[in-house]
Design a protein around this ligand. Structure first.
Ligand code: GAR
Length: 193
C-alpha cells in the first residue's frame, strides 16, 4: 500500500474528496490527516471517515522532527497539501523528494506567493480582469507556490463573476482532478523508489 498523508488547515473539502476517492483502492490509502488548527473542520471529516489525525504546533513543526517521526512510523510515502497554509520546512521536503504536492487555486505562476490563498486569490484574479482561472498542482519546495508544475486545469472567468463565483468554479476543478492526479503520480512510479 502507498500510504498518503494530507495536510490541511481549513474546511477540508479537498481532503474529503481524496479520502473518498481512495476508499477501497487496491494500492493507495489515506492514512493520516495533519492540521495546524485543532478546530479545523477537516479533522472531523477525517475522523468520520476513519482516518487518523494529528494536530501540529508551529514550534513542533519548525523546531522538531516530531511530525516526520510520526509520518515515518506510519509508513507515509506521499504527502498532499490541500489548503495547508504554512511553509513546509526543508527537513520535511528533503524527506519526501518528488513525493509532496500542493494544490493552488489559480494558474501559477500568476497569483501565487505568500498571502495568496483562498478568496484573496480569486479577488486578485477578478481585480486583474483575467478571462480565465483554474488550478495548479505542483511539487512543494521551500518557497510558496514555486515548485515544478505537474498539472493545470482551466475555467472561464466572466466579467460579472464575483470572487465567490470564481471560487466555486475552481473548487469544482480541484474536486475533479486532485485525487486522480495523485493516483497517477503514485501508480505510474516504479515500486522500487
Ligand atoms: C483550496 O481551494 C486550495 O486550493 C487552497 O485552499 C483551499 C482549501 O479548500 N489552497 C491555497 O490557497 C494554498 N495557497 P478546502 O479546505 O475546502 O479543501
Amino acid at each position: 500500500m502507498e500510504k498518503i498523508a494530507i495536510f490541511a488547515s481549513g474546511t477540508g473539502s479537498n481532503a474529503q474528496k481524496i479520502i473518498e476517492y481512495f476508499q477501497g483502492h487496491p494500492q493507495i490509502e489515506v492514512s493520516l490527516v495533519v492540521s495546524n488548527k485543532a478546530a479545523a473542520p477537516v479533522l472531523e471529516k477525517a475522523t468520520a471517515a476513519g482516518v487518523d489525525t494529528t494536530v501540529i504546533t508551529r514550534s513542533s513543526f519548525y523546531g522538531t522532527t516530531a511530525l516526520l517521526d510520526e509520518l515515518k512510523a506510519k509508513g507515509i510515502r506521499f504527502i498532499v497539501l490541500a489548503g495547508f497554509l504554512w511553509l513546509v520546512p526543508a527537513y520535511l521536503i528533503a524527506a519526501y523528494p518528488q513525493r509532496m504536492v500542493n494544490i493552488h487555486p489559480a494558474l501559477l505562476p500568476k497569483f501565487g506567493g505568500k498571502g495568496m490563498y483562498g478568496k484573496h486569490v480569486h479577488q486578485a484574479v477578478k481585480d486583474a480582469g483575467e478571462k480565465e482561472s483554474g488550478i495548479t498542482i505542483h511539487w512543494v519546495t521551500p518557497e510558496y507556490d514555486e515548485g515544478g508544475i505537474i498539472f493545470q486545469a482551466r475555467c472561464p472567468v466572466d466579467a460579472s463573476d464575483q470572487p465567490e463565483d470564481i471560487a466555486r468554479k475552481v473548487r469544482q476543478l480541484e474536486h475533479e482532478h486532485l485525487a486522480p492526479v495523485v493516483e497517477k503520480l503514485l501508480t505510474e512510479r516504479s515500486t522500487t523508489n
